[in-house]
Each structure stands twice: as C-alpha cells, then as structure tokens.
Ligand binder design. Structure first.
Ligand SMILES: *Cc1c(COP(=O)(O)O)cnc(C)c1O
Length: 390
C-alpha cells in the first residue's frame, strides 16, 4: 500500500465531508417501483427516472428472459466485431421508426452516447454552445472533444444569439442542450433553438433523456411535444434507462450521421455491445411505451395534483409538465434535513446539492412515475408539510 496515495485520498475525502457534499449509496432490495425497501427501510420512492413504471414490467422482463435463453448473457464483443445480434438490429430499426429518423444506433450508456456524438461532431477548431444547466455527461463530452466551449445562460435565446454572433463563421458551430433539464424539470426552448441554429447554420443536438417516452402523444419526447421533426433537430440522443425502464442509450438521425458514428466514434467502436437480452427487453418496453397514452395521462394527472399541493404549501416548482419537480430550498443543510425527515416518515426524496446544482440552490428533487397512485402523492404532500416545519 502506498502511504502517499492513502494520505492524498484521505485529504480529499475530508474536503468533501467538510464541504457537506458527502454522498452515500443506499441499498435497494427488490425491483425499482414506488413501494420499495431501501437500507432495510420501507419507503415510497419519489426519485426514480422510471417514469412509466416499465423497469419492473412483466412483459419487459419476459422479453429479457426469452432473449437470455436465445442469446445467453454476454454480448462477447464490440458491435463491429461480432457482438451485434439480431436483437440489437431490430431495436435500432424500431428506435429509428419511433423517432421518425432515418437510422439509430444503440450505445451501452447515455454518457457514452454523448461522448461519442460530441467527439464526432466537434473538434479543436470548432465551438460548442452549451446551456449552462446541461447534464454533466454533455459537459464532459465537450471537454473531451477539445472543442471550444461557449456556455449560454439557461434557456436564454438572446444570450445564445450574442455568443453565436461573436464566433468566427469559418469554424463549425454545434448547439447542445438537454430537452428536459434533469435537475430543473423545465423544457429547452426547442423551437427557438431550431430557428437560431438554422439562421446561423449551426448544428443542433438534443439530449432527450427525460423527455422521450414521457412527453408527446406517443412518447416521442420534447420534439413531439413541440411538433418538431428531423429537419429541426437533426441530432437526437435518448437514454433507455429512464422512461423506457431498461438500460443503455441511442442516437437517432440521418444515415450519414449514424454511419459516421459507426466508422469513427471511439465510445462506440472500443466497447462491448450491450447484452442482447437488454436490447430485446428494450424493444418490448418501446412497444409498450409508444402505446402507453393511459400511463402518460395518469402521470399528468399526478403532476397536476402535486403542483396544486406545492402551490398550497407556497413552494415554487416548475410547470407540472415533466415528471421532474424540484423544490428549491436553497441551503444544503436544510435540504438534507428535510430529506432526512421525509425518509424517516417513509418517503424517499433525494436532496440535490452543489456541485450537482449551483451554489445556494440545493433542492429536493421529486420525480413521479405513472406507477404512483393519487393517494401516494397526497401522502407525500402531507409529509412534506410536516418536514418543512422547523
Ligand atoms: C441520465 C442522463 C444521461 C446519461 O445516461 P446514462 O444512460 O444513465 O449514462 C445523459 N443525459 C442526461 C440528460 C441524463 O439525464
């Protein structure tokens, strides 16, 4: 054991502790569903990204089981060697059709899909324009690409325009945004972003991790919500571990975009394909999600109910359209204390603190799922009213 290594690590850990940023893994027994047992404590969870309740869906699990019998567990190799099965192929075709794009490409995680996309689309001489509240994986993707970064104020079209005007036109310009912001639950102004991208001949990329499956008539996400198509949003990324309830991610776009990723994206080429059983399970969940108008309507009903309750408590919250409804409390210690009181009362609502959110904006991040009941929302609101009393 290296002594200097241990000392250096202990110092860093002490720093994290002193800053009140210590994080801890809780252990979940059983599937991802609202009623769960975590750290041996029965709770109703309001923190999962399983927005449609598909993570524990019997039909999705059955599809995985069937594919396990057919393909075994491991993919065994990268897609370009021999890890790409018929199940992956079918899923990619289904995702292309679902998103109304020419083709799609499956990745093992959303983090990797973002690394791949930005790396392929922007290099050292290019500029990437990023919303200041973009997901960490997008920020890291831009850093790794070596491109110049210009961060614009959250959802601020005029600020983005100013930034676009300042950058020399001989370089490529890429605008990157979350479709639904993961810590704030609001939507990016996609119609205005698409218009601006067109005006400046910039490329627009949307990470719709929290919009797909949830927003739009058939779960087509932020694009469908705004009635935007492939001409407006040519580069679309989505994750499979959230509303679709499985794991992995995909990129959807033109034939040339997908082929360029296959030929040149290192996070695609140099990694093992996701297990075929996961691809088969996702194909099943995609079919359910597309036809799940009833689940989406129930979710909207729950969101309105939560929104009305938060209004009664005088707590500001985003417009109840997306299933991410943060309640900003400001101070990290207060957010942590309220989250702990809720946990003791049987409700799992995480406190999100800096550096995940800006300094002074610590919050409770409430997320809802179509698997929640109205009674569970009411119970959460009652517990919240008590937990907020000092
Ligand atoms: C979760 C998330 C990712 C990362 O996806 P994983 O599949 O979990 O790696 C990327 N972007 C956004 C906006 C996310 O919320």
């Amino acid at each position: 054991m290296s002594r200097s290594l241990e000392i250096s690590l202990e110092e860093r850990l002490a720093g994290v502790r002193a800053a009140g940023r210590w994080r801890r893994t809780r252990v979940l027994d059983g599937p991802q569903r609202p009623e769960q047992v975590i750290d041996g404590h029965a709770v109703i969870a309001f923190c999962s990204n399983d927005y449609l309740g598909l993570a524990d869906d019997p039909a999705v699990a059955a599809a995985a089981r069937e594919a396990l019998d057919r393909y075994g567990v491991g993919a065994g190799a990268a897609h370009l060697i021999n890890g790409h099965t018929r199940a992956h192929d079918e899923l990619e075709q289904a995702l292309a059709r679902f998103t109304g794009r020419e083709r799609s490409l499956v990745f093992s995680t959303g983090y990797m899909a973002n690394l791949a996309l930005v790396q392929v689309l922007a290099g050292r001489h290019d500029t990437v324009f990023e919303d200041r509240l973009n997901h960490a994986s997008l920020i890291d993707a831009v850093r790794l690409s070596g491109a110049r970064s210009q961060r614009y104020r959250h959802a601020d079209i005029e600020h983005l325009r100013e930034r676009l005007e300042k950058v020399p036109t001989n370089n490529q310009r890429l605008i990157v945004t979350d479709g639904v912001f993961s810590m704030d639950g609001d939507l990016a102004p996609l119609p205005q972003l698409a218009a601006l991208a067109r005006e400046f001949d910039a490329w627009l990329m949307v990470d719709d991790a929290h919009g797909l499956s949830v927003l739009g008539e058939t779960g087509g996400g932020s694009c469908q919500h705004f009635g935007l198509g492939a001409d407006d949003i040519p580069i679309l990324m989505g994750t499979l571990g959230k509303g679709f309830g499985t794991a992995g991610a995909f990129v959807a776009g033109s034939d040339a975009l997908i082929e360029t990723l296959i030929q040149t994206a290192r996070p695609y080429i140099y990694t093992t394909a996701m297990p075929a059983a996961l691809a088969a399970a996702t194909l099943a969940s995609l079919q359910i999600a597309e036809a799940a108008g009833d689940r989406r309507r129930h979710l909207q009903h729950l969101l309105r109910r939560l929104g009305e309750g938060l209004d009664r408590l005088g707590l500001p919250h985003p417009s109840p359209v997306t299933p991410i409804q943060p309640v900003t409390l400001g101070d990290s210690a207060r957010a942590t204390a309220v989250a702990e009181r809720l946990f003791t009362a049987g409700f799992l609502v995480p406190a999100i603190r800096p550096p995940t959110v800006p300094e002074g904006e610590a919050r409770l991040r409430i997320t809802l799922s179509a698997a929640h009941t109205t009674a569970q929302i009411d119970a959460l609101l009652d517990a919240l009213a008590l937990a907020l009393r000092d």
